[in-house]
Design a protein around this ligand. Structure first.
Ligand SMILES: O=C(O)c1ccccc1NCC(=O)[C@H](O)[C@H](O)COP(=O)(O)O
Length: 275
């Protein structure tokens, strides 16, 4: 039996539309229960955020943004037993440039509590969420996040700019996630990092060639990361050739019975390959 139940697939909507649909309901409920003024009183709200850009450029780190992900729409349950504190601490202490913590419950089995638990680590933490309302940016800060994700496929270029400025006001950085050429227009001078998602979030097809193709079309000078479908040292070496400084990896570690050990072995092999 899966530890978490996936939302019912509505045949007329793709998963992204389905997620946006329930996010709007979730946000409306949360706003009714916890006003933004209350989020601003949370202990982490005034905590100075760490810079993912800085950590990604530090030579002694791996560039890996290691994701804590229990389940996903494309794979179902990946690891229902992993402990968020144990796993993220091992990632942070063994060279991760950042942590990505899913806070979506229905599709990914995550929660705000997961991010709060991971916050014990002094590396930048991405709140991995489907942001459709500025309220979620204030929530991210209150949870202790350093970085938010803005997904071009569900936002207008205007929203990307507005939400980026709000994140910056709160001291956080922004990863703008794109998947196709048509989303290049969402990039503006304010976003901190451009993430190319190799996974088509509508069809779940994954190809590193998405990162390769978009690499030369992203304005030079932007810090680029590649997301999804990264499984080997060779994948990282390949993506580095196209200027990628960061590598968001979830399933490759989480699918192992001991994600922490899998990460440590991977980093040891990466370090050996780099000498
Ligand atoms: O992973 C999914 O199935 C998925 C479906 C719909 C929207 C988003 C989805 N994933 C989010 C991600 O982008 C990945 O969790 C992240 O890039 C890590 O990917 P991977 O290393 O392939 O687990």
């Amino acid at each position: 039996m899966p530890a978490y139940s996936l939302p019912t697939q509505n045949k007329t909507m793709n998963i992204l539309e389905e997620i946006v649909g329930y996010k709007l309901i979730e946000v409306a409920q949360s706003k009714g229960e916890v006003p933004e003024s209350a989020l601003e009183q949370e202990p982490f709200f005034l905590r100075p955020a760490l810079s993912l850009k800085r950590f990604l450029l530090e030579a002694e780190r791996t560039g890996i943004i290691a994701e804590f992900k229990r389940q996903s729409p494309s794979k179902g349950v990946i690891n229902g037993a992993a402990d968020v504190l144990d796993v993220t601490t091992a990632y942070a202490n063994n060279g991760a440039s950042g942590l990505s913590v899913l806070t979506d419950g229905p599709s990914f089995g995550g929660s705000a509590e997961d991010l709060v638990a991971a916050r014990i680590n002094e590396v930048p933490i991405l709140r991995k969420e489907f942001i459709v309302d500025p309220y979620q940016i204030t929530e991210a800060k209150a949870m202790g996040a350093d970085v938010i994700l803005l997904i071009a496929a569900i936002l207008t270029p205007r929203q990307v700019k507005e939400y980026t400025l709000k994140a910056h006001e709160l001291g956080m950085e922004v990863i703008l996630e794109i998947h196709g050429e048509d989303e290049l227009r969402h990039i503006n001078d304010f976003v901190d990092v451009v993430g190319v998602n190799n996974r088509n979030l509508k069809t779940f097809e994954v190809s590193l060639e998405t990162s390769v193709h978009l690499s030369s079309l992203i304005p030079s000078g932007m810090i680029k990361i590649s997301e999804s479908g990264i499984h080997s040292i060779a994948d990282i070496q390949y993506l580095k050739r196209y200027g990628y400084k960061g590598f968001l990896i979830g399933e490759n570690f989480m699918k192992q019975p001991d994600p922490a050990l899998a990460f440590m072995k991977f980093v040891a092999a990466l370090n050996e390959a780099s000498v």
